[in-house]
Design a protein around this ligand. Structure first.
Ligand code: 1GP
Length: 246
């Protein structure tokens, strides 16, 4: 089954959790161990990527180790055309719709297109929107950040993304953000689009994970917590909270 087909099926069945692993934060063996634990706890897919420090050898090694430890899809979450590994199942072919730089909207994508075709990785078109505070990705992505109190702006971008043919919309508060994307914004966007909605950034406890899922996230992404919580006890509770949200 293709990764996007798998995601759609999972979303039809209930709330989905994905674990983001940054290859720059640990060695490949540790990344593989973390991914294995996350999937045992119920995470539905492993995303691999980070905003800085991408090294091809480390990225390839990390994806390979993860693939040896899990059966769920491995999906690249790239910071640009340079962060592609042939070993991944799929790649979020993402455009930062609210970037001030054309490079982040379509330039890196142009460079990556032929590489992806040659390697045979499944591209999943995704509209990526960076919400305040945006953290590192907000700066690197040169985002014109969507204000936290402007759900209408997020909704317009998201709907435009759907009309452009995106298969997923991702609202990103930034890795390590002090708080997740506001629930009013999530519900406003969810109320208008028909494609699955992904929410990430700043989700570090079961309460926030549940709030975000109940507000309308189809897919909840956590990254930092998997690095902080080596025994994954909080991650287990976060996944449980996402899965039980209605
Ligand atoms: C970042 O949305 C992801 O791109 C995950 O954020 O690291 O804060 O969980 P956290």
């Amino acid at each position: 089954m293709k990764a996007y087909e798998y995601i759609l099926k999972k979303v039809q069945d209930g709330k989905v959790h994905m674990t983001l692993i940054d290859p720059d934060k640990q060695d490949p063996a540790e990344a593989g161990r973390m991914a294995g634990l996350a999937v045992e706890l119920g995470s539905d897919a492993i995303m691999i990527g980070g905003s800085t420090g991408v090294d091809q050898e480390n990225l390839d090694g990390t994806v390979k180790e993860i693939k040896e430890n899990v059966k769920v899809p491995t999906i690249l979450f790239p910071s640009g055309a340079h962060s592609i590994s042939r070993y991944a199942d799929a790649i979020y072919f993402m455009s930062i719709l609210n970037s001030k730089s054309v490079k982040n909207v379509i330039g890196e994508q142009r460079k990556a297109s032929t590489v992806i075709k040659k390697l045979g990785i499944e591209p999943i078109p995704m509209g990526y929107l960076i919400i305040e505070p945006g953290m590192t990705v907000g700066k690197i992505g040169e985002a014109s950040l969507i204000p936290r109190d402007d759900p209408g702006a997020a909704m317009e971008y998201a709907l435009a993304g759907q009309y452009l043919g995106m298969k997923l919309i991702y609202l990103e508060a930034g890795s390590g953000a002090p708080a997740p994307v506001p629930q009013e914004m999530i519900s406003r966007v969810k109320g208008e689009i028909e494609i699955p909605l992904v929410i990430g950034g700043g989700i570090r406890n079961p309460e926030d994970a549940g709030t975000v899922a109940r507000a309308g996230a189809d897919i909840v992404v956590t990254g930092t917590i998997v690095e902080l919580d080596k025994t994954q006890s909080i991650l287990g509770e976060i996944i449980e909270s996402v899965k039980s949200a209605r």
